[in-house]
Design a protein around this ligand. Structure first.
Ligand code: 3PG
Length: 400
């Protein structure tokens, strides 16, 4: 149920879980997409007269405060984007948080310090999370779950708080789920999926699931080399995950049996080292020299991938095609991004999943509205596509 189910908000203390886990360079936010995406729900609560308590995590601190993971810079940016003052509490459930919440006027906003400075936020068992969940819930009268990027985490602020307060689904989570539902339930065909990123192990479950759903599966990024190895090719010093080779072999066979077009690059941009000024070359995918590492898909592959996306009616993309942050290895990712933009203009539903992919397209100069939807969730959108149960969604349905 949505925010309206919470009734009259005026004067109510509403705890909002947002995903404000943005990339930082020191204290400079390098991509504020997640903060921008959190604004509409916070604004709606402000306009309803609620006293808004925003909580979020940043990075993966180990249950204790660490200055480099402070949400203070995020409070500043959130305030700019909202066009309203945002108070910042130096702790999450301690005296500073309590004082800041007590000081809130109707329509006021406070951001609490990083949830993960408290061991109870991410502890494994319900019991270990209980004390922190009680304290967090104790700050508020109602709860809104709006951090789509964390709904796959069974954590105090995502899951347990919903069992302790009247709860509602925020607009961002609802939008994200609605879009992903269109991908899983009845995608318009051809349905093409582009998967990249470094770690093949993170993508095995989603590949498994997509082999029954997608028409085309295009593989890029560091993970592609384990597929090349599974085909028996030499991959030199490229990324390689020995534990996933058998799984990749199985997927290659299953794709063939099921008539899924599982696409691997035909050429590769290699370098001697993982560095922007390394000597580079374009080689055939089955001829990577022993002393080189693959760092991007090659130009013929980029063109082939663009062609495979050109007539797709539904496209999901997660993970860069190469080390795009270094200019010599950005062309593959750029070509895929451009192909999605073109498909969008042609009326296809295109979804970019994941914090890294979203940051990549913005860094490459694209605007959010050139794509059908840019998901704020990386792991969460993949787990949704895997058909997994997402604790942060299930608990809302159970308690609604
Ligand atoms: C993300 O960056 O995908 C989300 O913010 C979740 O972060 P986590 O993987 O550290 O739980």
């Amino acid at each position: 149920s949505d925010i309206a189910s919470l009734g009259d908000l005026r004067g109510k203390r509403v705890l909002v879980r947002s995903d404000l886990n943005v990339p930082l360079d020191g204290t400079t936010i390098t991509d504020d997409g997640r903060i921008r995406a959190s604004v509409p729900t916070i604004k709606a609560l402000v306009e309803g007269g609620a006293r808004v308590i925003v909580c979020a995590h940043l990075g993966r601190p180990k249950g204790a405060p660490e200055a480099k993971y402070s949400l203070a810079p995020v409070a500043t940016r959130l305030s700019e984007l909202l066009g309203l003052p945002v108070a910042f509490a130096d702790d999450t459930v301690g005296p500073s948080a309590q004082a800041a919440v007590d000081a809130l006027a109707d329509g006021g906003v406070v951001l609490l310090e990083n949830l993960r400075f408290n061991a109870g936020e991410t502890a494994k068992t319900d019991d270990e999370r209980a004390e922190f969940a009680d304290a967090l819930a104790g700050l508020a009268d109602a709860y809104v779950s709006d951090g789509f990027g964390v709904v796959h985490r069974k954590q105090a602020s995502v899951y347990d708080v919903a069992t302790r307060l009247p709860s509602a689904m925020g607009g961002l989570v609802k939008t994200e789920v609605d879009v992903l539902k269109r991908l899983t339930e009845d995608p318009e065909r051809p349905y093409a999926v582009v998967l990249g990123g470094a770690k093949v192990a993170d993508k095995l479950a989603v590949i498994d699931n997509l082999l029954g759903k997608a028409d085309r599966l295009l593989i890029g990024g560091g993970m592609l080399f384990t597929f090349l190895a599974a085909q028996g090719h030499e991959i030199g010093k490229s990324l390689f995950d020995a534990d996933s080779v058998e799984a990749c072999k199985g997927y290659l066979e299953r794709a063939k049996e099921r008539g899924v077009d599982l696409v691997l690059p035909v050429d590769i941009v290699v370098g001697k080292e993982f560095s922007a000024d390394t000597e580079t070359a374009v080689v055939d995918a089955d001829a990577i020299p022993a002393d080189a590492m693959g760092l991007d898909i090659g130009p013929r592959s980029a063109q082939m991938y663009a062609e495979k996306l050109a007539d797709a009616r539904t496209v999901f993309w997660n993970g860069p095609m190469g080390a795009f942050e270094m200019a010599p290895f950005a062309a593959g990712t750029l070509a895929v991004a451009q192909a999605l933009v073109d498909a969008t203009a042609g009326g296809a539903l295109t979804v970019v999943g994941g914090g890294d992919s979203a940051a990549a397209v913005r860094q490459l100069g694209f605007a959010d509205d050139q794509f059908g939807h840019i998901s704020t969730g990386g792991g969460a959108s993949l787990e949704y596509l895997e058909g997994k149960d997402l604790p942060g969604i299930t608990i809302l349905e159970a308690t609604a």
